[in-house]
Design a protein around this ligand. Structure first.
Ligand SMILES: Nc1ncnc2c1ncn2[C@@H]1O[C@H](COP(=O)(O)OP(=O)(O)OP(=O)(O)O)[C@@H](O)[C@H]1O
Ligand SMILES: CC(=O)N[C@H]1[C@@H]2OC[C@@H](O2)[C@@H](O)[C@@H]1O[C@H](C)C(=O)O
Length: 373
């Protein structure tokens, strides 16, 4: 078993920053020791947004963004190490998710593309880096996502209590931790992504802090019903999605059929879309005793209150109250996945992704021991 101190690096679909965590990990525990959020430079964010919404690009632009992001992830790790006053040689490995720019989880030639050259991360930090976590699962016929349900299970499953873990990032994903049943998990659809798009367009703010603006609006039922008719929401699991599908274009297509709705009412309706699509899946799976919420959406009191209202009898709480910071959950998961890979243990769950079998995940980018350079 490759117990030790690991660093997880996650840059998610919201593009709000790079989450980096340091944790001591062994077979039985994950003890978080430090965390840091590294800023995402605006020009890089714009390049990613353009690429992952299908705008024309060139191989040169893809290659340069890959190199830029690799450097950025390496710098983010170095900043965390400096802040925490931990030397690089004390770290067993980095688990680096990379930045998803395209995710196509169906069909014979399915693929998921994460940018952020792991060679650069390893070179900058001199720490063994594990990356490219999704594509081995896809090579075995899986969706390559979501991967965090295995970590949710390891960390938060209970022998008798029916629990679900919900991440509300750009996309929302749900893990079903039901006693006696294999773990299931899937993306429910948009989390904060459409909310962020809309508030940026109308108020030039990166997100609607505290759900303040949305609280001023009224839900427009015809628009909600129209959006809920999207076929993704009734697809059976395994399923996963991303910005290449739920994006500004998708939203504009929905709005084109119902002109004249005020921006603030659209905002309130988008919150309701996120909440309804999540709650429908919770209830469809037979409900639970506790819904543990992580990701940036856990900080939006309107999202939290609406979920509590639509899920009577279910305790809806942030994972923070269970000792795991909701902001750090995904980065921690990739630190843990690196530990699994280096320990020779599978990281995927076929019951979640639909892969034919369990498998080791990721590519390993090793470094020479200290003193070699
Ligand atoms: N105080 C807050 N009030 C309202 N919304 C918030 C608040 N804090 C964060 N958010 C929302 O959470 C988002 C960031 O969430 P998170 O960091 O979990 O996303 P991500 O990890 O990039 O996404 P994904 O899980 O899809 O990869 C922000 O863009 C914003 O919409
Ligand atoms: C392809 C991709 O990057 N998917 C992300 C995204 O963000 C949330 C949701 O969509 C989830 O499927 C996944 O991330 C988490 C970390 C996962 O794999 O579990």
């Amino acid at each position: 078993m490759k117990s030790g101190r690991y660093i997880g690096v996650m840059s998610g679909t919201s593009l709000d920053g790079i989450d980096v965590v340091l944790a001591a990990i062994d077979e039985r525990m994950v003890a978080q020791q430090a965390s840091y959020s590294h800023p995402m430079p605006i020009p890089i964010k714009e390049d990613i947004l353009a690429m992952c919404q299908g705008q024309q690009t060139t191989l040169s632009a893809v290659g340069r963004l890959d190199a830029q992001l690799g450097t950025l992830f390496g710098e983010a790790v170095m900043t965390l190490l400096k802040q925490a006053d931990v030397p690089a040689h004390a770290i067993t490995a980095i688990g680096c998710h990379g930045q998803t720019v395209w995710h196509e989880p169906e069909g014979e030639m399915r693929f998921s593309m994460q940018l952020g050259d792991n060679n650069r991360v390893a070179a900058l930090t001199n720490i063994t880096t594990v990356g490219d976590f999704r594509r081995r699962d896809m090579a075995y016929g899986g969706q390559g996502a979501p991967l965090v349900p295995a970590f949710h299970q390891a960390l938060l499953a209970h022998p008798t209590e029916r629990r679900m873990v919900l991440n509300i990032g750009g996309i929302a994903n749900l893990s079903l931790l039901l006693p006696g049943i294999a773990v299931r998990g899937f993306d429910t659809g948009p989390g904060n992504m459409l909310l962020d798009t809309w508030v940026w367009r109308h108020r030039a703010q990166p997100y609607d802090k505290g759900g303040q603006w949305a609280m001023e609006g009224r839900v427009c039922l015809p628009l909600l019903q129209r959006m809920l008719a999207d076929p993704y929401f009734v697809l059976p699991a395994p399923k996963s999605t991303g910005r290449e599908y739920f994006n500004a274009r998708w939203l504009d297509q929905q709005l084109a059929t119902l002109p004249g709705i005020s921006p603030v009412d659209v905002m309130a309706t988008l919150v309701e879309l996120t909440v309804t699509t999540i709650c429908e899946q919770v209830l469809l799976a037979g409900g639970c005793e506790r819904l543990l919420v992580c990701g940036g959406g856990a900080r939006n009191p309107l999202l939290m209150a609406r979920m509590s209202a639509l899920l009577p009898g279910i305790e809806v709480a942030s994972t923070d109250s269970f000792g795991v910071s909701g902001d750090d959950m995904e980065a921690l998961a990739f630190a843990w996945l690196a530990f699994r890979t280096l320990s020779g243990q599978p990281g995927n769950l076929p019951s979640v992704t639909g892969a034919r079998c369990e498998t080791l995940l990721g590519g390993i980018y090793p470094v020479l021991p200290l003193g070699h350079r």
